[in-house]
Design a protein around this ligand. Structure first.
Ligand code: CP
Length: 334
């Protein structure tokens, strides 16, 4: 495997094989499988789970990892192309990526994108400008419009919840958040669930419709898997018979990149905070998923987050297990 960038680059059968490997590694530790292998982790955006789970995954497989981020005692990192570097940063990504990659057998990169230009973000231009700087195998640790590691882990979590049943209803719901957040998790989640054969409903307020190319990609996956993808702003309708509510906030897509309009739109949407009332028409065992981090009593009420519906902790643990399978496939001896 030369790259782990997008679940869409793989067939559903290959994804299922990766998850079988994740399940195998969970039950059968392989503490020397990646002995002598090194993973470079470049974080241009913040993280807790990705930062910790990749290092834990490499350690559990007998390899090593090192982290580089702008907050460390480095020379600052400039990412803009064509810039005269007379400011604070004395290091450009143009040298930093190939140098870091040359120390490692694979590189993971996280860069959320600028959230200014929709076409740039949909094409993940900033992310791919970096991956093109090296031939070292790479992993997308979250770009402007993708988070394949989160989605692989979420597929595993859904398998654990519903065993062989793939045709359940998953509601991806926007939630209130004071900040404008990337499209990566919503985009990756609807594609993953559609690829898995689920019936996906995107529930979001007006002004926050997911861009058509993201919806079209998910619909194409659903057409192949027998699933479906719809969207609505009607909460009751969306939640009818839902088995999963996957909650995530994202940036306003009306005039994407217009920070003032985004703030004005979301200022009226504080009631998009998930509470138990949301589950009235859902399946009685409807579960709550969130990729984390989550703002308590802002995005979701504490009694839902801490209650029996919530599976956010096993969901987060699956990040490590899913990534162990990716690393084993990318770096292990075949
Ligand atoms: N879900 C996720 O990617 O978490 P972090 O941003 O903490 O890595």
């Amino acid at each position: 495997m030369k790259a782990f960038n997008d679940l869409a680059d793989f067939s559903p059968e290959t994804i299922r094989e990766l998850l079988q490997l994740a399940n195998y590694l969970e039950k059968n530790p392989q503490p020397t499988a990646l002995s002598g292998k090194v993973l470079a982790l470049l974080f241009l955006s913040p993280s807790l789970r990705t930062l910790a789970s990749f290092q834990a995954a490499m350690t559990r497989l007998g390899g090593g990892a090192f982290v580089i981020s702008p907050e460390m005692s480095i020379h600052g990192i400039e990412t803009r192309p064509g810039i005269v570097m007379d400011g604070v940063a004395a290091e450009h990504i143009h040298e930093a990526v190939p140098v870091i990659a040359s120390y490692a057998d694979a590189i993971g990169i996280r860069a959320f994108g600028q959230r200014k230009n929709l076409a740039d973000d949909l094409a993940d231009r900033e992310f791919h400008a970096m991956t093109e700087l090296t031939d070292t195998p790479y992993i997308n640790m979250e770009s402007a419009c993708n988070h394949p590691c989160q989605s692989l882990a979420d597929w595993k979590t859904l398998d654990e919840l519903h065993a062989g049943a793939t045709n359940k209803k998953l509601v991806l719901s926007w939630s209130y958040h004071p900040k404008s957040l990337p499209l990566a998790v919503p985009a990756a989640t609807i594609h993953m669930a559609a690829m898995r054969g689920m019936n996906v409903t995107v529930l979001r307020p007006d002004g926050f419709a997911l861009p058509e190319p993201l919806m079209a990609k998910a619909r194409a996956a659903a057409n192949l898997s027998g699933g479906s993808v719809t969207e609505t702003n009607d909460r009751k309708d969306a939640m009818q018979d839902a088995s999963i509510i996957y909650v995530k906030s994202w940036a306003a897509t009306n005039n994407y990149g217009d920070a003032r309009e985004d703030l004005e739109l979301r200022a009226e949407l504080h009631d998009w905070r998930i509470n138990e009332d949301w589950f009235t028409s859902a399946s009685s065992d409807c579960r709550f998923m969130h990729c984390l981090p989550v703002r308590r009593d802002v995005e979701v009420c504490e009694n839902v987050l801490d209650g029996p519906r919530s599976i956010v902790i096993p969901q987060a643990r699956n990040r490590m297990l899913a990534q162990m399978a990716v690393l084993h496939e990318m770096l292990g001896r075949r």
